[in-house]
Design a protein around this ligand. Sequence first.
Ligand code: SF4
Ligand code: SF4
Length: 224
Amino acid sequence: MIKRTAQTTWTKPAGGPVTGKPIARPNRTAEVQAYFPEFVRGLAVSMRHFFKNTKEMMLGQKPDPVLESLEEGVTTICYPEERRPYPERFRGIHRLTLRDDGSPRCVACLCCSTACPAQCISIEAAEYPPGDSKRGYERYPKTFVIDELRCIFCGFCVEACPCDAIRMDTGIHAVPYDSRDQFIYRKDLLMEFSGRDGSRKSANPRHEPGDPTHPGLSRDHMEH
Ligand code: SF4
Ligand code: SF4
């Protein structure tokens, strides 16, 4: 049986008795406890400013903010009927650029989804079918999905893409849909969008596989 001593790990070291430091309680009078005097004081301050501003506006010493907003030349617009032109570098919703044959330029390298800090890009890669000139050189996205509601429009995906396959130059801002599913943009929709110049292709000068000017390995090098 453990014999309890005067000094165990559960007691203070030997010394004088523990003394607390007294803290003076605030003297809360009935006036301090009640809200009413402060309420009256706040109302008095508001009314003083109200009458002072009204008097100065009526004497013409101060512009009336209501009338001022109705004067001509004030820079307000009737959104959404009128819209300001977006700046050239505005990041609109994404699009996937196309090759000359209408196929996606994306090679499903997953660089964009890896760079995406919001993890809102999902890609499933696939091989081109036998006989296709691109088979063996590169893959294509069987599915390519972007959750536009999760996207923070940072543009990292565009920066990361080595093929100029994804862009944010549509000039379109996200549409306020009423269902969560409508913010899931899939490959076919992303390939439908065009850039501000109306083009859906990429001006990327990258040579295509099978092209005689293609700088990569030819199929002759496949055999040893
Ligand atoms: S813009 Fe940013 S958050 Fe949106 S998909 Fe691209 S990398 Fe992700
Ligand atoms: S869009 Fe670009 S970065 Fe993303 S998977 Fe396709 S080729 Fe790679």
